[in-house]
Design a protein around this ligand. Structure first.
Ligand SMILES: Cc1cc2nc3c(=O)[nH]c(=O)nc-3n(C[C@H](O)[C@H](O)[C@H](O)COP(=O)(O)OP(=O)(O)OC[C@H]3O[C@@H](n4cnc5c(N)ncnc54)[C@H](O)[C@@H]3O)c2cc1C
Length: 414
């Protein structure tokens, strides 16, 4: 089954027209491959269209933090809280949850943060490569970011900052007066903040995705509507029976990827962390940059179409309808920090983050097929890590050595 690694241009298929699949297609096309992207719904259910827009290089800390186990019971009792497992779904979550709980220790936490840091260190350069050729750089706002605190809990974050500082990421502490002069819309609830400049935001993530699709079409990349049903080492078959032979295949199907890798003999405890937001067209206030409300686990991003308030982690699988009471609960929280916020007229959204127990994506070659590659599982950081993942996958397809050690990102680690 193992096929030789060609070094010349080849016919490459990418499954998934989310930001990760598009970025893989971009770097593959750039190095001369004939690329076709298959997606069952190119304009539909994709985390990439409605996210918070951040290129968040410092967000290297995994979700499985050492203290999280003691907080879980409190979280689980609150269906609108920051982390919720739907009761009927809990038993299906065990393959993920058991590994998540095992990863929630100091050693694994620091190791995952180091690995994520090694992946994201070139995030801005790799997005820059895409901007240079697509002209989409104007969508990126480079105003930095603030973690806003309502209590001295900011001290709890100091160990995380030590890890980030080792990765060359800098931060500044702002007291209440400094904070309000930077963000006058914040009310008395905001006590202090930590500022980072290693952060930027796309002011319209959907426009970025659509702009990249347009560019790829102009470069000769083909898009096919195809709900992938089965696959092996040389052909993908749609549920309508159409067959797509390939020389190289990249699986970048977001939260649905594990269903495809399983057919190739590679199991992965991939889950979806469902996240929610509301985009308010006339919020009545303005923010100068993206804010994360650290203790209440939500974010506010100023975007070209309004203010987007979002967050939440909900484990309820891929088929359960959205519970938009979550979006409403986040707006209520936001109004506490931003007293002049007008929450009327917002558009609610839910997206499926593709998540692994250790918060690290899978960037790898299939164990049985050397011409099949995996690019999924980026969780909260798929937009941030997309361009680097695309560059690394293109290098693997060319048979080159990757620019960083990909061992922590192997599918076999589970
Ligand atoms: C509320 C929220 C806020 C977020 N904020 C940020 C942020 O600020 N910064 C950041 O970096 N990340 C953020 N993320 C995470 C980010 O959005 C995701 O990690 C990223 O979009 C995942 O991209 P993807 O291409 O892997 O998956 P997707 O965008 O989900 O794309 C997967 C594609 O695969 C297709 N597909 C699946 N199965 C098949 C099949 N069998 N046949 C054909 N096609 C198939 C789907 O139709 C879909 O188009 C956020 C996510 C959420 C939910």
């Amino acid at each position: 089954m193992i096929q030789p690694v060609p070094t010349t241009r080849s016919r490459a298929l990418v499954i998934g027209a989310g930001i990760v699949g598009l970025s893989c297609a971009f770097f593959l096309r750039r190095t001369g491959h004939d690329v076709t992207i298959l997606d069952r719904d190119p304009n539909g259910d994709r985390a990439s269209l409605g996210n918070a827009g951040a290129i968040a290089q410092p967000e290297v800390m995994p979700i499985a933090a050492p203290g999280i186990v003691s907080k879980l019971p409190r979280y689980l009792l609150d269906p609108l809280g920051p982390l919720y497992i739907q009761l009927g779904y809990a038993w299906r979550l065990w393959p993920y949850l058991s590994r998540f709980l095992r990863a929630a220790n100091n050693r694994q936490y620091a190791a995952s943060a180091e690995s994520m840091g090694s992946l994201l260190v070139t995030a801005f350069d790799d997005h820059g490569t895409i901007h240079q050729e697509t002209g989409l750089g104007h969508l990126l706002s480079k105003d930095g970011h603030l973690w806003v605190y309502r209590s001295p809990a900011v001290r709890d974050a100091l160990p995380d900052w030590k890890i980030r500082e080792r990765q060359g990421l800098a931060c500044t502490f702002l007291n209440r007066d400094d904070l309000v002069s930077e963000e006058p819309a914040l009310g008395p609830m905001a006590a202090c903040a930590v500022r980072t400049n290693d952060w930027a935001t796309y002011v319209d993530p959907k426009a970025y995705v659509m702009g990249l699709m347009t560019h790829l079409r102009e470069q000769g990349v083909a898009f096919q509507d195809c709900n992938v049903g089965t696959l092996d080492g040389d052909t993908v078959t749609g549920t309508d029976g159409r067959r797509y032979p390939f020389e190289h295949l990249v699986i970048a199907a977001g939260a649905w990827s594990h269903r495809l890798t399983e057919q190739l003999g590679d199991w992965c405890p991939l889950e979806t962390e469902r996240g929610y937001n509301t985009t308010i067209p006339s919020p009545g206030i303005s923010l100068n940059r993206m804010l994360t409300f650290a203790e209440d686990h939500f974010v506010a991003t100023p975007m070209s179409m309004g203010l987007r308030i979002g967050g939440a982690v909900e484990f309820a699988g891929l088929k359960t309808p959205p519970n938009f009471n979550r979006s409403k609960a986040l707006l209520e929280l936001a109004a506490k920090y931003l007293p002049e916020l007008n929450v009327d007229g917002g558009t609610e959204w839910m997206g499926h983050r593709p998540s692994t127990p250790d918060s690290l994506p899978v960037i790898d070659r299939a164990s049985r097929y050397s011409n099949v590659f995996y690019a999924f599982g980026h969780g909260h950081l798929g937009l941030t890590g997309s361009a680097t993942t695309g560059r690394l996958i293109a290098a693997l397809v060319r048979g080159e050595e990757a620019s960083l050690d990909l061992t922590p990102f192997r599918i076999g680690r589970f």
